[in-house]
Design a protein around this ligand. Sequence first.
Ligand SMILES: O=P(O)(O)OC[C@H]1O[C@H](O[C@H]2O[C@H](CO)[C@@H](O)[C@H](O)[C@H]2O)[C@H](O)[C@@H](O)[C@@H]1O
Length: 209
Amino acid sequence: MANRAKDEMYAVGWCHADIDNTTCKSCVTDALRKVKVGENIIEGSNDLGGENKRIIEGSGDSGCENDTCKTQCTSTLVSFDEITSNAQGKKIALFLDYDGTLSPIVNNPEMAFMSPEMRETVRDAAKIFPTAIVTGRSRRKVFEFVKLVERYYAGCHGLDIMVLEVRPEDVADKGKVIKYLIGTLGLNDSNVLPIYIGDDETDEYAFKI
Ligand SMILES: O=P(O)(O)OC[C@H]1O[C@H](O[C@H]2O[C@H](CO)[C@@H](O)[C@H](O)[C@H]2O)[C@H](O)[C@@H](O)[C@@H]1O
């Protein structure tokens, strides 16, 4: 297990009905959230003994037959077309969660590194769109991970990539942060399409806004 790539998503379990080797990374993550560690799945265990145990990797990003994935991925793709069409002629403002969105979910929060490809993607996006990272982590930590120090100018707003830290007591309301950002950055305009990308329950407050 120690030799595995840091950003590889995996689960170790045994006889877990919902996931197999074709299950995509997203559904493996989902399964890990739903099943208590120690019950019938172990996240990040280095104990590979036991005849019924098997390593279950989130190998396929397409072709996953998991019901959750079929539903979620299909609807995401449908929404993607809708978003593209809604974005026509509008200025996009991009809000990004960190853990599970820009980085994979890993056992050790200190190891939640962003891949170089993801860093490039954020860099490219920030050249075009006002871009903010909204996270439950400390700004210092996320800046360490993101490592994007250049100034970017997006449209006529001239924004840097911002990292906004949501305090633990407010973590249930990233929506307030988005509202605040949209207001203070002058993005509350019908010509602006704000897009928020996130992966967990705390992000749902932002999606609502
Ligand atoms: O708002 P986010 O950027 O998504 O941050 C939320 C929490 O992320 C971190 O925890 C999560 O990611 C860890 C690393 O992958 C994982 O080990 C943990 O199970 C996840 O909950 C971070 O450690 C927390 O402080 C953030 O609040």
